[in-house]
Write a protein that binds this ligand. Structure first.
Ligand SMILES: [Zn+2]
Ligand SMILES: [Zn+2]
Length: 139
């Protein structure tokens, strides 16, 4: 497997790179044998989000189960719900902010708060149609 490392030589000059070794200990020994002091070493493999198998940090999808590993980029106009329990993907629900009824009521009885309310509520907000999470609002 491969390891990313950061190391320092006897002069204190730092270097970093990638090294192939059977395990972390032998990677450190390999680096030490070249006169380096290992500051940091990290396996370049990560566990698959779905099956847990070790796969490359750079892998787009798991070679074992095919599960995509990278955060997917949303198509313009589509959303991916940030709620990890929901995971909804698609069109967000567009909702007008505030209620016209409340605005009219305020206008009738208290003109100024009514106007303020209408100014404030203009625009839409986008919510996830599955879990109701507010995603963004525009003005
Ligand atoms: Zn997998
Ligand atoms: Zn959601």
């Amino acid at each position: 497997m491969f390891f990313n490392y950061r190391a320092r030589d006897e002069k204190g000059v730092c270097s970093s790179g990638e090294i192939e070794a059977a395990d972390e200990d032998s990677a450190i020994k390999q680096l030490q044998s070249t006169g380096l002091v290992v500051i940091f070493i990290e396996n370049t493999l990560v566990a698959c989000r779905a099956c847990g198998k070790d796969i490359s940090r750079e892998a787009v999808a798991c070679p074992n189960c095919g599960c995509p590993q990278k955060e997917e980029v949303a198509v313009p106009g589509e959303i991916i719900c940030p709620n990890s329990n929901c995971g909804y993907r698609g069109e967000p629900k567009k909702e007008p902010r505030g209620s016209t009824l409340v605005g009219c009521f305020l206008c009738l009885f208290f003109l100024l708060p009514g106007i303020i309310y209408f100014l404030f509520k203009s625009g839409y907000r986008y919510v996830c149609p599955k879990c109701g999470l507010q995603l963004k609002s525009d003005n």
